[in-house]
Write a protein that binds this ligand. Structure first.
Ligand code: F6R
Length: 245
């Protein structure tokens, strides 16, 4: 079903159906292209997708041995093994449950000094290029319309860089983990994300309904960076009934 945008969107009966559909698409890609390059997101939204990929690895021999992954973002100031780092999240929810080679999993590092961030971010972009570019990028969407940590004001030409986190992002972090949010992060840029060959956005729950509608139907503008996805030729949005109502 389309809700009025050139981006194709589909509303599933419930969150599990949306999660299974996205996991199924990732699995089909990995089976067709064993050395696929996946762009991954963290946060509450993709947890069920990763759970299903782990199940498929265990029960259906879905093989990640040649797959390469790049994550969207990481909090500044959190070492890779910090319990709230995105590296830790990925270890817990996906990497330890499948046979990805550790050297094939790429995350920006939260513990580089801020003056070293530009070189670190440039190197991350080079690694994406050296891997042949991202075949399929998984995205969530922030309540303020961010993708990755491209907060409102981020340009369509933005590249991987250090950013200040928006108050809405920090509040949402604090609500979900009950700890003070970092002030800065490193994130792939909007332009970096748009270079992925295919992009899939997963949005679940009633809280996401308004921003999903703006992404699909509002003016394309850096006020809502997710609207820039409308300039990409292969974006699909997967919604549960609450987010798509
Ligand atoms: C996470 C990321 C963010 C989240 C977004 C939604 O790597 O890049 O853009 O996708 O903040 O977060 P949740 O899923 O927790 O609602």
């Amino acid at each position: 079903m389309s809700i009025g945008s050139k981006i194709r969107s589909r509303v599933f009966a419930d969150r599990m159906q949306a999660e299974l559909a996205l996991a199924g698409e990732i699995a089909a890609l990995v089976r067709a292209k064993p050395d696929a390059v996946l762009g991954l997101a963290t946060g509450r939204t993709p947890v069920g997708v990763y759970r299903e990929l782990v199940r498929m690895h265990g029960e259906e021999r879905l093989d990640f041995s040649q797959v390469v992954t790049f994550n969207l973002d990481e909090f500044e100031g959190l070492a890779p093994d910090h319990r709230l780092s995105f590296r830790r999240f990925m270890q817990d929810h996906l990497f330890e449950g499948v046979n990805l080679a550790p050297e094939n999993t790429h995350l920006l590092s939260g513990d580089v000094a801020s003056d070293e961030a530009p070189a670190h971010c440039a190197e991350f972009e080079e690694r994406i290029l050296a891997a042949g570019g991202i075949d399929l990028q998984v995205l969530g969407i922030g309540l303020n319309g961010h993708i990755g940590f491209n907060e409102p004001g981020s340009g369509v030409d933005s590249r991987t860089r250090r950013v200040a986190l928006h108050p809405v992002t920090r509040a949402s972090f604090e609500e979900s983990v009950g700890a003070e949010a970092p002030t800065h992060a490193l994130t792939m840029g909007v332009a970096t994300i748009l270079e992925a060959r295919a992009i899939r956005v997963l949005a679940l729950g009633a809280k996401k309904r308004a921003i999903v509608r703006r992404m699909l139907e509002g003016d394309v503008s850096s006020d809502v960076p997710a609207t820039f996805l409308r300039g990409h030729g292969d974006v699909r949005v997967l919604l549960d009934a609450e987010a798509g109502a």
